[in-house]
Design a protein around this ligand. Structure first.
Ligand code: SF4
Ligand code: SF4
Length: 330
């Protein structure tokens, strides 16, 4: 449903409010195709292109029909209710040609971790029919020029190590000029095909650790694999490009009250430094965030500032993910 909102009425000829995902995004979820997966907004996931999708009957035209419908409404200041107030909306002179330059692959939920915050564990009804095959769709979208080689390709999931066509998709992307592939992994199982992409500087792997020691890791992941994960992170970090850079990052999702303290974050930062990681990434647990987003306690801001400053001292890059990225004032 689209609703007129005065804040989004276009103010300049040729401009209207939209976002990168509405314009050129595509997301494969279990049983549906969407335009965005923006979990930072409660209902962002619902910008549906095709429901009841199980790998067959993929209709390219449908992607552009839905997009054009959004554009037509947005040009009148009518915004889809699931996008209302999303921080990604901005006024721009958008390129309305029909192509995809952001692809999010998240159509399976199989995993070897049991994170307490896992979306698929909390919403099992959405993951009944997962793991259809995508490789032919990706090949066709590439062959007919709809999926641009400059695209950002992201893997969500599920654990990529358990996705049966993961290696085939990665090899296809690497062999066909895709340069910007981002993989999220539990890090429990080492994935050999990632090595090639890291060495070519085309893959960035993010491993969610959420802790600085095995006790906290176990509480959050319900599995005893902290040392295995750290060893795999270290191994990935040794796969450097010719310029000596490894696109490997460890992510820490702040989950009050389990790991929102400086001691735990410091241990995580030091472990990242010792493993020669290029990035530290922070986010905050989604359910906690949605309950508290209008009244975030000061100590969370203090933790963010701490990580930001320590990352500078340790000379590791600092990246804010999704929900934390929306807390602009750190
Ligand atoms: S929820 Fe936000 S990111 Fe997703 S399509 Fe709507 S405006 Fe774009
Ligand atoms: S690693 Fe990701 S998919 Fe696996 S249990 Fe944790 S949150 Fe869920």
């Amino acid at each position: 449903m689209f609703v007129l909102n005065p804040n989004y009425i276009p103010k300049k000829e040729g401009f209207y409010y939209s976002c990168e995902w509405i314009e050129h995004g595509l997301v494969f979820f279990p049983s549906k195709i969407s335009m965005c997966c923006f979990m930072g907004v409660k209902e962002g996931i619902q910008t549906i292109i095709q429901d009841n999708f199980y790998g067959d009957n993929f209709k390219v035209d449908r992607i552009f029909e839905v997009r054009n419908k959004f554009r037509a409404f947005h040009k009148k200041g009518k915004i889809h209710i699931n996008c209302m107030n999303c921080p990604s909306l901005k006024s721009d002179a958008w390129d309305e040609r029909n192509y995809i330059n952001s692809l999010y692959i998240s159509h399976w939920s199989n995993c070897n971790s049991k994170c307490i915050y896992c979306y698929s564990a909390q919403h099992p009804e959405e993951f009944k029919n997962d793991n259809y095959h995508l490789i032919d769709i990706i090949k066709n979208l590439t062959k007919n020029g709809i999926l641009r080689r400059s695209s950002k390709i992201m893997f969500g999931g599920g654990e990529p190590a358990l996705l049966d066509e993961f290696e085939e998709i990665i090899n296809f992307l690497l062999d066909n000029g895709f340069q910007n592939i981002r993989v999220h992994s539990s890090g429990i199982k080492y994935i050999p095909c990632i090595e090639k992409g890291l060495r070519e500087g085309k893959i960035h792997i993010t491993i969610s650790v959420d802790s600085g020691c095995s006790e906290t890791y176990k509480k959050i992941k319900n599995i005893d694999c902290y040392d295995v994960v750290r060893a795999n992170i270290k191994r990935y970090a040794q796969c450097k490009t010719f310029s000596g850079f490894a696109n490997v990052s460890a992510k820490y999702i702040i989950i009050p009250p389990l790991n929102d303290n400086i001691e735990e974050l410091e241990k995580w930062l030091i472990a990242n430094k010792e493993d020669n990681l290029s990035y530290t990434i922070l986010d905050i647990e989604e359910n906690w965030f949605n309950l508290n987003k209008n009244n975030i306690p000061q100590h969370i801001y203090d933790l963010l500032s701490y990580v930001k400053n320590r990352s500078r001292e340790l000379k590791t890059n600092f990246e804010l993910y999704e929900r934390i990225n929306n807390l602009k004032s750190i």
